[in-house]
Ligand binder design. Structure first.
Ligand SMILES: Nc1nc2c(ncn2[C@@H]2O[C@H](COP(=O)(O)OP(=O)(O)O)[C@@H](O)[C@H]2O)c(=O)[nH]1
Ligand SMILES: [Mg+2]
Length: 403
């Protein structure tokens, strides 16, 4: 299944602009809070060095693209309606918003780094709102959403039947969380990390339940903070302060700049590879002086200073670092690196680091193939690979099965 990134943040922070820039779609963007009611979807891509260069091959990508030896691998984005305080209790578009997020593998929090919106997305004098509040608020709101799902109305009754943490309890908890797509493994991991595995569920205090919900949320739906609108005057200063307070990684970004660059690129007015640190103006006569000035500003004030507009960095960080994904290329001919239709290196899959060969076959290729699995072959070394072989980044593998 393609990875899904949920884009969250208060109204008008730039979520739709971010999605449109990343996917060149046409979701409505506006100053008005709640323009986005239904979630907007899009397909963006992450970039990873393709194996074709080292092997000196010309590839025929099918499920991805290859540009200048870089594979562009699709990922799904979902831009969801604005979040307001107490959404977890159903305020604003509350529960609908949160339910839209339940399918996400990771959440991208778009923060207005110019500090010119209050917490409901209404305009303020620039710099008067502290975006750190937005970060704390949103993390808490999502944690409380988890807590509500676990606690429901009957937590005391629910826990009465469990005298200690054991399989039954974990199974029952998984059941409660089934709507949020959380692997039982994460449920156990959060019990261990919080040390709550040693405490009877019926003795958990309210703060234990919050701590558990928060930990589980951090493991299963990590949030990445993106400081958007860095093109605005005061954003640089605010970003500096924000970094001191938040301590974790924050990625500066100008969704609007990226949107313009991709739009001009599509119209062939400039040449620009998303995420690159430069662009070239191909048809200056198609741009008026104001547009030329805007492009000049994008180059000097955003790209040169932040090493790009930030959007592509968000994806690479989310996929390769936070979600620890690696690339694997299945083939059926280990000498020519082809599939059955003579396509060279047709597909690439993203899988989590540490995935065993058999689990990859079952989850990404076919159950049938996994059931009749004999062995794999590493196309580069021609070595045999067993079921428990741990796949390495950029492995090219043929699966041999009895079917
Ligand atoms: N200056 C600047 N404005 C932006 C940026 N991203 C979005 N905006 C503007 O912020 C407003 C709200 O954007 P929108 O994407 O609709 O926000 P949403 O409610 O979070 O989906 C629009 O006027 C956008 O043009 C950015 O990077 N820089
Ligand atoms: Mg929107």
């Amino acid at each position: 299944m393609t990875l899904l990134l949920g884009i969250i943040g208060k109204p008008s922070s730039g979520k739709s602009t971010f999605l449109n820039a990343a996917c060149l779609t046409n979701a409505e963007m506006s100053e008005l809070p709640f323009t986005t009611i239904k979630p907007n979807k899009g397909v963006a891509s992450v970039k990873s060095k393709c194996v074709c260069k080292d092997l000196n091959l010309i590839d025929d990508p099918k499920n991805s693209f290859c540009i200048d030896g870089m594979r562009l691998i699709p990922i799904n984005l979902l831009d969801v309606a604005g979040l307001v305080p107490e959404a977890h209790k159903g305020k604003g578009l509350g529960n609908q918003f949160l339910n839209d997020l339940s399918r996400a593998d990771i959440l991208i929090h778009i923060v207005d780094a110019s500090g010119s919106l209050d917490k409901t997305g209404q305009r303020l004098t620039a710099g008067t709102h502290d975006p750190y509040e937005d970060i704390l608020f949103l993390e808490q709101e999502v944690n409380l959403w988890f807590k509500n799902i676990i606690e429901r109305e009957d937590w005391n009754k629910f826990t009465r039947s469990f005298s200690r943490i054991q399989k039954d309890f974990i199974n029952a908890l998984s059941e409660r969380l089934s709507g949020v797509r959380i692997a039982p493994y994460y449920i156990r991991l959060a019990l261990r990390e919080t040390k709550l595995e040693n405490k009877n569920p019926n003795e958990w205090l309210d703060e234990d339940l919050y701590l558990y919900s928060k930990t589980l949320r951090e493991i299963s739906k990590p949030i990445i903070v993106v400081a958007n609108k860095i093109d605005k005057e005061n954003s640089r200063e605010i970003l500096k302060i924000l970094r001191e307070k938040y301590k974790k990684k924050i990625i500066p970004c100008s969704a609007l700049a990226e949107y313009l660059l991709r739009k001009y690129e599509k119209e062939k007015i400039i040449s620009y590879i998303p995420g690159s640190k430069d662009f070239k103006i191909l048809q200056p006569d198609k741009l008026n002086p104001k547009e030329l000035e805007t492009l000049d500003k994008i180059k000097k004030k955003i790209i040169d200073q932040y090493n790009g507009t930030g959007i592509q960095k968000v994806f690479e960080y989310a996929i390769f670092e936070v979600l620890e994904q690696i690339c694997v290329f299945p083939v059926s001919d280990v000498n020519k690196y082809m599939d059955n239709n003579e396509n060279v290196l047709p597909d690439v899959f993203l899988i989590r680091k540490g995935t065993k060969l058999i689990d990859f076959v079952r989850d990404k290729i076919h159950n049938d193939l996994a059931d009749h699995f004999i062995h794999g072959i590493d196309a580069k070394t021609k070595k045999r690979l067993g079921e428990t072989y741990e796949i390495a980044h950029n492995d090219i593998i043929k699966i041999v099965s009895a079917k």
